[in-house]
Design a protein around this ligand. Structure first.
Ligand code: GUN
Ligand code: FE
Length: 435
């Protein structure tokens, strides 16, 4: 067995502060020790207590002026859109047609897919994201390339092949039959292979026929422990389009509901314009919203009312939605989430924000038994955070007294520069170069 102890300040989320109250929702050790045994967390606590019970010969790695945290969980991102991030000027539907579809067409080439998958996963690590729920393209090989690379890095990733059989260029279309067969083959090859997990991925209602949505429901019925990821109620024009394409359904969510796509492993990106009945139905079915603040602002989509949807019992995770989103950084994503709540006169407490980006994200993916915090028994995916990463952060942190204030400064000013190291299952997979 391999045992290593890491000594630094440690912040560890324990539960949703809205459920248990702020005090019981986290542990903080100003001088803490985290112990990793064979890729899993085996002890955590104050240095005084943990060092006393640690076998004497254990290697102790000490970090000066750093903060350990669980890795970030990004609940919605498109790896094939990495190199089209920051595409100018359009809202959702024109953005898809003018920029996104041509870019995704490049993934018919497996070499291109491999190169972008590598870059993408390295970018996640640079930003401290250790788990993500990821869209591929319509091409089966795009997902093979992705999982091949994520397995090599031993990252816990969920991904799926996009299903789309209409309302997009011919070169990006599958059929109900090929979409089903390719998804099935990928599930058989990758689901639960090492740390990899599969998500059935109809792009969104407008690009799937009824026959294809039926097949998506069929896959979920055959494989009850795979995920479902799609987009929902993002843009006003999109919502009107869905109503005209599915006139017999009560609304956008009802399209997915009709085909059996709701449930406790179903993640709906955006969901910023749900009506009361839709929010209730989401809560009732234990479906999940991925809140994608930078994307919702960049594409001019709308503002998610977090207390409102949480009030309906809907689980929420945070997503970057690269390349509709503008940053891989979950710290930056938190900052924009905070501002979106401010516009609606809601507060987003830094502990709640950290929860959403870590344990809450893991819980939204039903992975909180494996990842999301630093509790004993979890897989050791963790970050070494640098609150002094820039001159401004350093000056502002020196002027902050309380933990909450320091975390808030990290979230408002921090980004990839604040990620000093990223550990995956106990192995360091990223170390920032000294500037
Ligand atoms: N709706 C359908 N496809 C997409 C996509 O690629 N990005 C976003 N943000 N919304 C979508
Ligand atoms: Fe998206």
């Amino acid at each position: 067995t391999q045992v290593t102890a890491y000594r630094a300040a440690i912040i560890n989320c324990l539960a949703d502060p809205n459920q248990v109250g702020l005090d019981g929702s986290y542990d903080y050790y100003e001088d803490g020790v985290l112990v990793v045994t064979d890729g899993h967390i085996s002890d955590i606590g104050s240095a005084k207590e943990v060092l006393a019970r640690l076998p004497v010969q254990t290697q102790v790695v000490e970090f000066k002026d750093k903060l350990l945290s669980a890795g970030f969980v990004d609940t919605h991102i498109h790896y094939p859109q990495t190199e089209m991030i920051a595409s100018y000027g359009e809202q959702l539907l024109d953005w898809l047609n003018n920029y996104t579809f041509p870019e995704e067409g490049k993934f018919s080439d497996p070499e291109h897919a491999k190169r972008v998958a590598r870059f993408f996963l390295d970018e996640l690590l640079r930003n401290g994201t250790t788990t993500a729920l990821v869209f591929g393209t319509v091409h089966k090989a795009s997902v093979d390339a992705f999982f091949t690379e994520s397995e090599q890095r031993n990252m816990r990733m969920i991904a799926g092949k996009v299903m789309m059989d209409r309302n997009a260029p011919d070169y990006l279309l599958d059929t109900p039959e090929t979409g089903y067969a390719d998804s099935k083959a990928l599930i058989e090859r990758w689901h639960n292979k090492g740390r990899q997990l599969y998500a059935v991925t109809p792009r969104f209602a407008p690009t799937s026929s009824e026959a294809q949505l039926t097949m998506a429901g069929q896959l979920l019925a055959e494989y009850p422990d795979v995920y479902l990821q799609t987009h929902l109620s993002e843009n006003k024009q999109e919502i009107e389009w869905v109503k005209s394409l599915f006139p017999e359904r009560a609304g956008y969510l009802d399209v997915y509901d009709h085909f059996g796509l709701l449930g406790e492993r179903s993640v709906f990106a955006h969901s910023v314009h749900l009506d009361q009945a839709e929010s209730e139905r989401m809560g009732e079915t234990d479906s999940i919203i991925s809140f994608c603040p930078t994307s919702n602002l960049f594409l001019g989509s709308g503002l998610l009312d977090l207390p409102e949807v949480e009030g309906h019992g809907i689980r929420v995770g945070l997503g970057t939605d690269v390349g509709g989103g503008t940053s891989f950084s979950m710290l930056h994503t938190i900052s924009e989430a905070y501002k979106i709540q401010q516009l609606q006169e809601h507060k987003l407490h830094p502990i709640k924000a950290l929860y959403l980006a870590t344990l809450g994200g893991a819980a939204s993916l039903s992975l909180d038994d494996k990842i999301g915090n630093l509790s004993v028994g979890k897989e050791a995916d963790f970050l070494v955070l640098d609150l002094h990463a820039t001159p401004l952060m350093d000056a502002r942190i020196a002027n902050s007294q309380h933990l909450f204030e320091q975390l808030f400064v990290l979230m408002m000013l921090g980004d990839d520069r604040a990620i000093a190291e990223t550990y995956i299952a106990g192995h360091r997979q990223y170390q920032r170069e000294r500037g």
